[in-house]
Design a protein around this ligand. Structure first.
Ligand SMILES: *[C@@H]1O[C@H](CO)[C@@H](O)[C@H](O)[C@H]1NC(C)=O
Ligand SMILES: *[C@@H]1O[C@H](CO)[C@@H](O)[C@H](O)[C@H]1NC(C)=O
Ligand SMILES: *[C@@H]1O[C@H](CO)[C@@H](O)[C@H](O)[C@H]1NC(C)=O
Ligand SMILES: *[C@@H]1O[C@H](CO)[C@@H](O)[C@H](O)[C@H]1NC(C)=O
Ligand SMILES: *[C@@H]1O[C@H](CO)[C@@H](O)[C@H](O)[C@H]1NC(C)=O
Ligand SMILES: *[C@@H]1O[C@H](CO)[C@@H](O)[C@H](O)[C@H]1NC(C)=O
Ligand SMILES: *[C@@H]1O[C@H](CO)[C@@H](O)[C@H](O)[C@H]1NC(C)=O
Ligand SMILES: *[C@@H]1O[C@H](CO)[C@@H](O)[C@H](O)[C@H]1NC(C)=O
Length: 604
């Protein structure tokens, strides 16, 4: 074979010397021809146009790094065997229709880094074998309908780094075998959902550097074969709608360098084949418990460079195949074993660059420090001071029981607390606990509910329980629970509220909140006390006033408008019906309900 081709190329050069046919096996001036590889290399030769005289059996043609401006019609005809054509790094701004006609065997076409602004329909006709097309780093503004229509075998389209503002709905028509599409940096203002839905075979889609803030519902419909979706560097993306990924069956999902502050749990839920999830570089603060359990096959989660403060126990419950957690560069103080379904499967853990508190909660990690793969980055202790800056691998087995320790939570003042008060009184019960790590404190009400930090009965930041304006039905025992990883402690207190004689009034709502009444007006105590007060007084007053003001101003504007209108028309209309829609955001204020929003007024 080799000998034969050398002989053939030799023969052609002789033909050329005799000034015969340029097309049949010549080598264009300034180009390097490597007949044995069937390559013609004209890279960096200051060519201003595509030269003539290629050997008709060339397989690979390299025209990169020249000054070519245009590619004419049927410019490469006769190169029946050409498989790879590279026109990258020129200044091509114009490619004529049918420019590549005749390149029946062309498999790879690169037109990267040129100055194309528009691709007329028909430019790519006659390329039945093309598998790979690179149009990146041009200035293309739109993809018109049917631009790629004859490229039935195209598998990969690189369209990144253009100025795309629009992809027409049928632009990708005919790309029935396209598997991979890259749209990096574009000026699109929305996801080209319609255009993408033509790509029935698409398995990999990458969309980078877009400036939209919401991934809308049904963004990727009909992409049933899509397995890998990459969304990255969308700096304003803060919302992933719950049905945005519906219809997809992904195995790999990346949403990196965006502005998500929560994990889009509900959008992910149906991705039961997902194995790889990367949400790195988003300001996510917590991985909540039990919300990823539907991702049965998840193996890797990357959330590097986020704002993680906590990974709640049970966060990865149900994920039996989970083997890699990458949470490097966050704000985690710990990572409890109870976060995982089974730590036995965990192989790779990136926990470095977190302010880790080296206590009993991290003992499970340090015990596995030789077996676990830290990907070359040892976790380092930030506290307590005794072990500050020490890497996990530095600890000897012997010192572990002494260092990675916790002190169980213990409630400090255990004196019995019991309050017998009259209705309307405010009562405080203290609960101070100690322990390492510092225990969390919660209160359970007499009705067995967890008391929240807001409301009439609430837990103050220092752990004290406050019961404001105690009511008879508040009576009962309350339990303070203090707990940390090492243990729990509890304390029970009692509250007994005595009802008031009927001639005393209930406390009433003023701008400052609840106020003890003067004895003047008696009210129906039992009936009113039972009602919870959903707003505080200020909100209520503002809401009412605002509602009323906006109502008045709307009416005034309508009135003025209609006055001028009737004047200019020269006809006087005497009545008008005005529909007033109260502003819903104002809560209670404004016209009350549907019917109240309409009235009739008279014009003079
Ligand atoms: C596309 O966006 C870039 C950067 O935001 C801007 O410089 C360029 O002018 C835009 N192009 C068009 C056509 O809007
Ligand atoms: C990201 O979100 C935060 C608030 O959640 C907002 O203040 C910030 O402007 C957003 N960043 C961008 C680039 O939109
Ligand atoms: C989803 O993808 C997985 C993995 O590629 C495949 O095994 C499964 O059959 C697909 N399911 C559907 C409904 O397409
Ligand atoms: C973890 O994430 C960081 C940041 O994205 C990356 O550099 C590193 O390679 C990841 N580690 C593994 C094991 O994938
Ligand atoms: C807790 O805070 C409240 C209000 O800030 C204060 O009245 C109370 O004395 C505090 N209790 C303790 C035990 O420090
Ligand atoms: C403390 O209480 C929590 C929930 O009430 C429980 O899950 C945990 O196992 C307890 N811890 C210890 C050490 O008893
Ligand atoms: C309530 O009424 C009783 C008798 O009706 C009276 O003795 C008592 O002083 C009244 N209490 C107050 C607080 O007004
Ligand atoms: C209190 O309300 C009940 C029923 O709501 C009513 O029967 C009773 O007369 C009221 N009492 C006073 C003092 O208003």
């Amino acid at each position: 074979m080799y000998v034969e081709s050398v002989v053939r190329w030799g023969a052609w050069s002789i033909l050329l010397q005799f000034g015969l046919g340029a097309s049949a096996g010549s080598c264009p001036p300034r180009c390097v021809c490597r007949p044995e590889a069937k390559e013609v290399i004209c890279s960096g030769k200051h060519l201003n146009s595509v030269p003539d005289g290629f050997s008709s059996d060339a397989r690979r043609l390299d025209l990169t790094h020249n000054k070519i401006k245009t590619v004419g019609r049927r410019q490469f005809s006769g190169l029946l065997h050409l498989q790879e054509l590279d026109l990258s790094d020129n200044i091509i701004s114009m490619i004529e229709v049918e420019a590549f006609q005749g390149l029946q065997n062309l498999r790879t076409l690169c037109i990267k880094n040129n100055r194309l602004k528009i691709i007329p329909v028909g430019v790519f006709s006659g390329l039945p074998s093309l598998r790979f097309l690179d149009l990146s780093q041009n200035e293309i503004l739109v993809f018109l309908d049917y631009t790629f229509k004859e490229m039935v075998n195209l598998q990969t389209l690189e369209a990144g780094e253009n100025d795309l503002v629009f992809i027409s709905q049928r632009a990708f028509f005919g790309l029935q075998n396209l598997q991979e599409l890259n749209l990096d940096r574009s000026n699109l203002t929305s996801i080209p959902t319609e255009a993408l839905s033509q790509l029935q075979s698409l398995t990999r889609l990458r969309i980078l550097r877009l400036t939209i803030s919401t991934l809308p519902n049904n963004a990727f419909r009909r992409l049933h074969r899509l397995r890998s979706l990459l969304i990255a560097n969308w700096p304003s993306l803060d919302t992933v709608a719950s049905n945005s990924l519906i219809g997809l069956n992904l195995t790999s999902l990346v949403i990196r360098n965006c502005n998500l502050s929560v994990i889009p749990y509900s959008a992910l839920r149906h991705l039961v084949y997902l194995r790889f999830l990367d949400l790195s570089y988003n300001p996510i603060t917590v991985i909540q418990s039990n919300l990823l359990g539907d991702l049965l096959r998840l193996q890797e989660l990357h959330l590097a460079g986020g704002s993680l403060l906590r990974i709640e126990p049970g966060a990865f419950r149900g994920l039996a195949y989970f083997r890699m957690l990458n949470v490097t560069s966050n704000q985690l103080t710990t990572l409890e074993e109870s976060v995982f379904h089974s730590v036995g499967n965990l192989q790779v853990l990136r926990l470095d660059r977190n302010p880790l508190a080296c206590d009993c909660r991290l003992l499970w990690v340090v015990r596995r420090r030789l077996r676990l793969n830290f990907d070359g980055h040892q976790p380092t202790c930030s506290s307590p001071d005794a072990v500050r800056q020490r890497e996990f691998r530095d600890f000897s087995e012997k010192e572990l029981p002494r260092l990675f320790t916790c002190r169980p939570a213990r409630i400090m003042d255990r004196r019995p607390q019991e309050a017998r008060v009259e209705e309307g009184t405010t009562v405080l019960f203290s609960c101070k606990a100690d322990g390492d790590p510092f225990p969390s404190i919660s209160w359970i009400s007499s009705h067995k509910n967890v008391v929240s930090p807001t409301g009439r009965i609430r837990v103050l930041p220092n752990g004290t329980l406050e019961v404001r304006y105690a009511q008879v039905q508040d009576s009962g025992t309350y339990q303070c629970l203090a707990g940390n990883a090492a243990g729990n402690d509890s304390l029970t207190v009692g509250l007994y509220v005595k009802g008031l004689p009927r001639n005393r009034t209930i406390p009433y709502l003023s701008e400052e909140g609840w106020v003890e009444p003067s004895n003047s007006q008696a009210a129906n105590s039992s009936a009113q006390m039972a009602k919870p007060y959903p707003f505080d007084a200020k909100t209520l007053i503002i809401a009412t006033t605002m509602g009323f003001l906006s109502f008045l101003s709307s009416v005034a504007i309508c009135f003025v408008f209609m006055f001028f209108w009737s004047q200019s028309k020269g006809q006087i209309k005497h009545t008008a019906t005005i529909d007033f829609v109260p502003r819903s955001s104002m809560g209670g204020g404004g016209g009350d309900g549907g019917d109240g929003g309409r009235f009739t007024m008279k014009l003079i």
